[in-house]
Design a protein around this ligand. Structure first.
Ligand code: HEM
Length: 274
């Protein structure tokens, strides 16, 4: 029997999502939505004991899936580890793996190669249906090529953002999606939803980007969840969600999943037009 990885160390944290819903504001799913933040907000939470146990188990049992460093990325990974450790005032941190056990976030190291930024190292214990083994070594545009129409919509702006990102300034963005459960580790392909929307969860990632030197950018991902049914207690947020979803492009709907899209709109209708 393979050892069991503790799964959901995450209790739902609806307030982290509903206080300022990630679907708020102009633009659909494909938007940069990047705002500068203070350095003090880079890692607002230290890792919990249960999350540390979960990551440690994954690093032991699924190592190839959750930790990678290309030879050409070794210096960049070491730099990222040092920056995280210094920020948290921790000594004795020498590797990305050790740094990843200080924070709940995933750590993805992007390194410039000519005109593009490539994923050269990562600790990824909370993937939302993507595989590190498939994406490692790829430039940003290739990483995103699997997302319907994303590069066409904002690829050039993403590239410009990376080029112009000022050294050490930190920017934050948030996305959201709908999952069948609140497990953090989903490296595979998203299944079609067997459950009604009300039985599923909203998953939101708070992502940050920080340029550590002329060639290296650290991308961090922090995951939080709310039950879809929590929308019943947040009708303003539910109305904003419906407004946002109604202006999605065909690509944005396809990437979210047509069946998921229809099921969620149907549920919102029951809440907003009882
Ligand atoms: C300017 C920075 C970035 C922006 C605006 C951006 C935007 C997006 C958007 C809109 C999606 C579609 C799904 C969603 O809403 O999350 C997406 C998916 C994704 N992004 Fe990014 N992203 C950025 C940087 C990065 C970086 C640095 C990585 C490096 C690991 C990355 C990895 C991915 C992956 C793996 C997916 C899922 C791909 C798939 O489903 O096959 N992104 N991104």
């Amino acid at each position: 029997m393979p050892p069991t990885v503790p799964q959901s160390s995450t209790s739902l944290s609806p307030e982290a999502i509903f206080q300022a819903p990630p679907w708020r504001g102009a633009g659909g799913r494909y938007r940069l939505g990047l705002s500068p933040i203070d350095a003090a907000q880079w890692f607002p939470q230290r890792i919990s004991i249960s999350e540390r146990e979960r990551k440690t188990a994954l690093l032991r049992d699924e190592r190839e899936q959750v930790l990678t460093c290309l030879e050409r990325g070794a210096d960049a990974a070491a730099l990222a580890a040092r920056c995280v450790a210094e920020h948290l005032q921790q000594s004795h941190v020498e590797s990305l793996e050790q740094a990843s056990l200080l924070v709940p976030d995933d750590l993805c190291v992007m390194q410039r190669s000519g005109d593009v930024y490539e994923l050269v190292a990562a600790s990824l214990c909370s993937p939302s249906y993507w595989s590190l083994k498939e994406k490692i070594g790829q430039p940003l545009w290739a990483i995103h090529a699997t997302v319907d129409g994303l590069n066409e919509a904002i690829g050039a702006r993403m590239q410009r953002f990376f080029e112009r990102l000022p050294l050490q300034r930190i920017f934050e963005r948030r996305n959201w999606s709908m999952h069948t459960d609140a497990d953090r580790f989903h490296p595979g392909v998203q299944p079609e939803p067997p459950l009604p929307a009300a039985a599923q969860v909203l998953r939101s990632e708070r992502q940050t980007l920080r340029k550590l030197n002329d060639d290296v950018v650290l991308f961090t991902i922090n995951v939080r969840f709310a039950a879809v049914s929590d929308l019943a207690g947040h009708l303003d947020a539910a109305a904003e969600m419906r407004e946002n979803m109604r202006c999605w492009s065909a690509d944005e709907r396809a990437d979210f999943g047509e069946a998921r899209y229809d099921a969620l709109l149907e549920y919102l209708k029951t809440l907003l037009e009882p």
